[in-house]
Design a protein around this ligand. Structure first.
Ligand SMILES: C[S@@+](CC[C@H](N)C(=O)[O-])C[C@H]1O[C@@H](n2cnc3c(N)ncnc32)[C@H](O)[C@@H]1O
Ligand code: SF4
Length: 337
C-alpha cells in the first residue's frame, strides 16, 4: 500500500475525482442554470482540457500518495469523446481498486458495454424524479425519464454494479418524488442516495430554505418503509447508510449541509483543465497543467501534490455561515460533485 500522506487535520488522501469536461447536455437548475450556461457561455476549448495521457499521469502519481478510488465526472463525463479509452488507461494503474463514474445517464445505454469492457467497475447515475414533468423542470432540457432508465438498465445488464442512483432533493420541486424513487430503487436493488441541495458555486442562487434536510427524507421513507441504521463501509464514507427492516436493500443520505462530514473527507478533485481542489467548496485551486506541460517529471509532480495535500486545512461545510456564502466558490459543473 502507498504511504499515507496526511493533511493538516490528519486526513489521508484516498479519492480522486476527475472532471473530464465542463460541458453538459442537461441544464439542471441547481448546477448549470441556463441563464448563465446559455448560448453565449464560453466552455473550455479542447486544447485546454487535460489529455488522457496527462490525466493518467496525474492519477498514477496520486496513487503513489494513497489514492485508491478514482471517479470520473464532469459536466457530463460521457460527452468526452472516447472516454472509454481513458477508463482503459486508468484501469491499469497499480493501487487503484475502485474505478467508477458519475453520469446523468443520457448516453449510458449506448456506452455501458464499452465502459465495462474498458475496465469501469460501477456507475452512479443521477436521477431526481420518475415523473417526466418534474424531471424536465430539474434538467431543463426536457430529457425523458425513460431514457435515463434505459441507461441504468443497460449498466445493470453489463454488470456495472452495485448501481447507485443520486437524487438531489430541492424544496418545492421534487419532494413528492422521494417515495416513488425509494420504491423504484428498492424493487430493483439499486442504492438510492438522497443529496441535500448544496451551495456549490454561485450561479444556482442557493438558499437554505430550498434544502430539504436528510432527516426529513428519512422520516418520510421510514413512515412507509421502516428503516434502521447501518455501519459505514469504511471511514470517510460520505453517505450515512440505512437499510429497510424487511431486508429490501438500503438507502444513503448525503447531508453536506445539515451534517457536514469534513472531518472524514479524503477527496481531491481535478477540473477538466487540470486545477486541483482539495474541497468541493474550494475558492482556489492549484494548476497542475502548467507543470505538466512545462515538462515536470513524476517526482516533481509527486512532491507538488504531496505539498498541496499536506497544507490542506479546508472544512468548509463545518464552517458554512453567512460569512462564507459569498465566497467565490468553484462551480459544480467544473469540479464534478
Ligand atoms: C455535477 S454532476 C456531474 C456528473 C453528471 N453530469 C451527473 O449529473 O451525474 C455530479 C453530481 O452532483 C450533483 N449536484 C450538482 N449540483 C448540485 C448541488 N447544487 N447540490 C447537490 N448536488 C448537486 C448532481 O445531481 C450529480 O449527482
Ligand atoms: S448535475 Fe450533471 S447533468 Fe445536471 S447540469 Fe450538472 S453536470 Fe449536467
Amino acid at each position: 500500500m502507498a504511504p499515507e500522506t496526511l493533511d493538516r487535520l490528519g486526513r489521508p488522501l484516498r479519492d480522486l475525482r476527475i472532471s473530464v469536461t465542463d460541458r453538459c447536455n442537461f441544464r439542471c437548475t441547481y448546477c448549470m442554470p441556463r441563464e448563465i450556461y446559455g448560448a453565449a457561455f464560453r466552455f473550455l476549448p479542447h486544447a485546454e482540457l487535460l489529455t488522457f495521457e496527462e490525466i493518467t499521469r496525474l492519477a498514477r502519481v496520486a496513487a503513489t500518495l494513497g489514492v485508491s478510488k478514482v471517479r470520473l465526472t464532469g459536466g457530463e463525463p460521457l460527452l468526452r469523446r472516447d472516454v472509454e479509452e481513458l477508463v482503459r488507461m486508468l484501469a491499469g494503474i497499480e493501487g487503484v481498486h475502485d474505478l467508477t463514474l458519475t453520469t446523468n445517464g443520457s448516453l449510458l445505454a449506448a456506452k455501458a458495454e464499452a465502459l465495462v469492457a474498458a475496465g469501469l467497475q460501477r456507475v452512479t447515475v443521477s436521477l431526481d424524479s420518475l415523473d417526466d414533468r418534474v424531471f424536465a423542470r430539474l434538467n431543463d432540457v426536457d430529457f425523458p425519464v425513460a431514457r435515463v432508465l434505459d441507461g441504468i438498465e443497460a449498466a445493470d445488464r453489463v454488470g456495472l454494479r452495485p448501481i447507485k442512483v443520486n437524487m438531489v432533493v430541492r424544496r418545492g420541486l421534487n419532494e413528492d418524488s422521494i417515495l416513488p424513487m425509494a420504491r423504484f430503487a428498492r424493487e430493483r436493488s439499486y442504492t438510492l442516495r438522497f443529496i441535500e441541495y448544496m451551495d456549490v458555486g454561485h450561479t444556482n442562487g442557493w438558499s437554505l430554505e430550498e434544502v430539504v434536510p436528510s432527516a426529513e427524507v428519512l422520516a418520510a421513507i421510514d413512515a412507509e418503509l421502516p428503516l434502521e441504521p447501518l455501519e459505514a463501509h469504511y471511514p470517510g464514507e460520505v453517505a450515512t447508510r440505512w437499510r429497510y427492516r424487511d431486508g429490501g436493500g438500503e438507502i444513503g443520505l448525503i447531508s453536506s449541509v445539515t451534517q457536514p462530514f469534513c472531518r472524514a473527507c479524503t477527496r481531491a478533485r481535478l477540473t477538466a483543465e487540470g486545477v486541483l481542489y482539495t474541497c468541493l467548496f474550494g475558492t482556489a485551486g492549484v494548476d497542475l497543467r502548467a507543470p505538466l506541460r512545462d515538462g515536470a517529471d513524476d517526482v516533481a509532480l509527486r512532491i507538488l501534490l504531496a505539498e498541496v495535500w499536506a497544507s490542506r486545512v479546508e472544512r468548509y461545510s463545518e464552517l458554512r455561515s453567512a460569512a462564507t456564502a459569498d465566497l467565490p466558490k468553484v462551480e459544480m459543473s467544473r469540479i464534478g460533485g
